[in-house]
Design a protein around this ligand. Structure first.
Ligand SMILES: O=C1O[C@H](COP(=O)(O)O)[C@@H](O)[C@H](O)[C@H]1O
Length: 232
């Protein structure tokens, strides 16, 4: 079980600045120690302000690999694509020099695309130096949805795959997601949450004695220090 440290901020702007600094510091450490660094980011609405802070951080971004924790199986220019969000808000200015690998291929379905996605991810230094999760109000994280038939295999810690196809019944679009096993191997694991409603959902999920939601399963399975950054 992870040693989860909670960081509360008075404002989302303060949170975005502090989380971006922590992420940049962890990437800098990786660059110093291993010469390359890897970062996996979530999509959705929550990370936009943090991306805008992170893209101002001075790093040798040409030695940093960036990918997504999950994506909707949509063209990369679709308004609901996580790749589009990252290209628009993070891969700008000096971060344009980073090596970005998206999770969407030309295959018709995520199931058909799995092998190609794994091959595309192969050059990225693993385990990820930094991985940033978000959370939905149903307790999903990445695209590990509690409602999906694929959750058992995508969240099985002995799943040798890095990615899984997920078809949520409570949310739109087929998805591709890092597996729970790939997520919890990360060297620095952050959860980025905003709003009192999500905080209450997170606290209840962590306190539940049984039927653990995906977000709680991350911190059950992770080891070492993990961080939750929250602002109202
Ligand atoms: O579907 C998704 O939702 C979560 C949470 O998104 P948010 O809009 O509530 O911040 C996100 O972390 C994930 O990457 C995304 O695909």
């Amino acid at each position: 079980m992870a040693d989860l440290r909670i960081h509360d901020y008075d404002s989302r702007v303060d949170l975005d600045i502090c989380l971006a600094r922590e992420v940049a510091a962890a990437l800098e450490t990786a660059l110093r120690e291993r010469g390359v660094a890897s970062l996996a980011v979530s999509g959705g609405r929550t990370p936009v302000g943090m991306f805008q802070q992170l893209r101002q951080m001075r790093l040798d971004w040409s030695r940093v690999w960036i990918t997504l924790v999950d994506d909707r199986w949509l063209p990369a220019d679709h308004e609901d694509s996580n790749e589009r969000l990252v290209r628009e808000h993070l891969l700008k200015y000096q971060v344009e020099a980073a090596n970005f690998v998206g999770l969407k291929t030309a295959a018709a379905t995520p199931e058909a695309g799995l092998d190609a996605v794994e091959a595309a991810l192969a050059p990225i230094p693993q385990p990820f130096d930094v991985l940033i999760l978000g959370m939905g109000e149903d307790g999903h994280t990445a695209s590990l949805f509690p409602c999906s038939a694929e959750l058992a295999s995508a969240a099985a810690l002995d799943n040798p795959r890095q990615v899984a196809a997920v078809n949520p019944t409570s949310a739109p679009y087929a998805r591709i997601s890092l597996t729970l096993a790939a997520i919890v191997r990360s060297r620095n694991l952050f959860l980025h949450l905003t709003g009192t409603k999500k905080k209450a959902i997170f606290d209840a999920a962590m306190a539940a004695p049984t039927d653990r939601l995906p977000i709680a399963r991350v911190f059950d399975a992770a080891s070492g220090v993990c961080h939750m950054y929250w602002a109202e």
